[in-house]
Ligand binder design. Structure first.
Ligand code: FES
Ligand SMILES: [Fe+2]
Length: 329
């Protein structure tokens, strides 16, 4: 049995659901960040993510709760909770109990909808967002294809997955690529930007081999949002979405779009293939990630990428609390 991963759940914006997975008035239980949560969409269409348990006698609002206007009615005694987590109506009481009408009677996690995704802000101490979700104009652009989506669940954490991007040596041994791509990584606050540019040789679908200029730009925005733009023969955009279920397990999603090309063209075939190859490639990473331990003090060599620098950057997304906190508090 591998020892437990020592890293806590980082704070940041994380994928909670695709927009089209949550219809108006829909309520569902979700479990992320080591917490039981309820996700719902109000009648005006606002998505909301809250801690699951009612402040009254503790019913799970995601199991039988229903949307009424801009509130969520508890299934147990009908109390209405607003999107700020205020108790705004107790149908059988003259007065709302003291404290219940304050925002945060139930912890509501800031939620935004962008890039066809519902994002939830998680912070272990409940602090407000310190940065924003980056918008990608390609997502939903009529010149770009609808999202192609992939989904995995396995034992790991967001830091291990992101560290792959600054680990050039693994490309050869995990992904069987000849050359170790040389990239440049810069850090700016919560952003990490990596760029790799160079000639790339590939076999066309018709069997001929050609060399072209390729460019891969990755921008990470905090612990939960990463986007890779790939250009060369095909232009694709990949959103890498990692959501911690708790400190030991993650859901990983890949959401791709590609520039709309002439049907049957070489560019279209290359775009489709690039997406399929990238999605297949990450399964080789997952085989490593799910069985590895996290070395706090790894033995590194001069051929390794700038892993210590990356870890300093990522440590900004942890606060000094235990990996999981009780929801009773
Ligand atoms: S437990 Fe929610 S209203 Fe009573
Ligand atoms: Fe990889």
């Amino acid at each position: 049995m591998v020892e437990p991963l020592p890293l806590p759940v980082p704070f940041g914006w994380f994928f909670i659901a695709y927009s089209d997975e949550l219809t108006t008035g829909e309520v569902r239980p979700v479990h992320y960040f080591g917490r039981d949560l309820v996700l719902f969409r109000t009648e005006h269409g606002t998505p909301c993510l809250m801690d699951a348990y009612c402040p009254h006698l503790g019913a799970h609002l995601g199991h039988g709760g229903r949307v009424e206007g801009e509130t969520l009615r508890c299934p147990f005694h009908g109390w209405a909770i607003s999107t700020e987590g205020r108790c705004v109506d107790v149908p059988y009481a003259k007065r709302t109990p003291s404290g219940g009408d304050r925002a945060g009677a139930v912890t509501a996690h800031p939620t935004v909808e962008r890039n066809q995704i519902i994002w939830g802000w998680y912070h272990p101490r409940g602090e407000k967002p310190t940065f924003d979700v980056v918008e990608y104009p390609e997502v939903g652009d009529p010149d770009w294809e609808p999202l192609t989506r992939y989904h995995w669940r396995f034992r790991s954490n967001p830091q291990e997955i992101a560290e792959n991007g600054v680990d050039p040596a693994h490309f050869r041994y995990v992904h069987g690529m000849d050359a170790v791509p040389e990239g440049e990584t810069t850090y700016d606050g919560v952003m990490r930007c990596s760029m790799v540019e160079g000639p790339h040789t590939a076999e066309d679908p018709d069997g001929s081999v050609r060399t072209y200029q390729s460019r891969v730009v990755t921008v990470q925005n905090g612990a939960g949002q990463k986007c890779t733009r790939l250009s060369g023969l095909a232009e694709t955009l990949l959103m890498t979405l990692v959501t911690p279920i708790d400190s030991q397990e993650v859901e990983l999603r890949f959401a791709f779009t590609r520039r709309r090309e002439k049907p049957g063209s070489l560019e279209e075939a290359m775009g489709v293939r690039s997406i399929e190859n990238t999605a297949a490639g990450v399964e080789d990473d997952i085989r490593i990630w799910q069985h590895k331990l996290h070395r706090v003090h790894p033995l590194l060599c001069d051929g390794d990428g700038p892993i210590p620098e990356f870890r300093r950057y990522f440590s900004n997304f942890y606060v000094e609390t235990a990996p999981s906190s009780s929801q009773e508090a």
